[in-house]
Design a protein around this ligand. Structure first.
Ligand SMILES: [Zn+2]
Ligand SMILES: [Zn+2]
Length: 175
């Protein structure tokens, strides 16, 4: 959804609150595509401070389904993000993007709400998502989800590369 900002420029100090739907159904993260399973319209209060400079604050609320780090079960992760930004529309789009080190979400007099949401999500993605604290993960031999089933695989020895890693682990523990 695009917000037309031009009406704000009619006077200094003009302010408006916009409520805009998020249109995208999925979020393209660096390591996969996550479903947006819940979303609320984005509320943005934008103020024209003068000379085509804007200040904005708002709130983004949505839930993503992110696979568990260990067993890949989808986990619903809630986001409740406060957004604050300022923009100088006298700058070119490229300059602004470079300054902020992110994808431009303002183009001409239009603000792209989905792009703003994408940027904020990228900044706020959790490092690691687990379906539960003690998730046992997936058997790396047969693929069984070890939270729900056990398998007969011998996961302790057979792969020589793994045993090297286990030796390293042991050394660490002994220290
Ligand atoms: Zn898990
Ligand atoms: Zn197994």
């Amino acid at each position: 959804m695009q917000v037309n900002l031009s009406e704000l420029f009619s006077s200094d100090g003009k302010e408006r609150t916009y409520t805009q739907d998020i249109e995208m159904e999925q979020f393209q993260a660096p390591d996969g595509v996550y479903e947006i399973v819940k979303k609320e319209p984005v509320r943005l209060t934008i103020r024209h401070t003068g000379e085509r400079k804007l200040e904005a604050s708002g709130e983004i609320r949505l839930s993503l389904e992110i696979p568990c780090d260990r067993c890949l079960t989808p986990v619903k992760v809630d986001f409740d993000l406060d957004v604050n930004f300022s923009a100088d529309l006298n700058q070119t789009e490229e300059d602004r993007a470079k300054e902020l080190d992110e994808q431009p979400y303002i183009s001409g007099n239009y603000l792209d709400v989905d792009q703003l949401v994408r940027n904020e999500l990228l900044l706020n993605l959790p490092m690691k998502v687990l379906c539960r604290e003690d998730c046992k993960g997936i058997c790396n031999r047969c693929g069984a989800n070890l939270n729900f089933e056990s398998c007969e695989c011998d996961r302790s020895t057979s792969d020589p590369r793994m045993s090297v890693i286990q030796d390293i682990f042991k050394q660490f523990k002994e220290v």
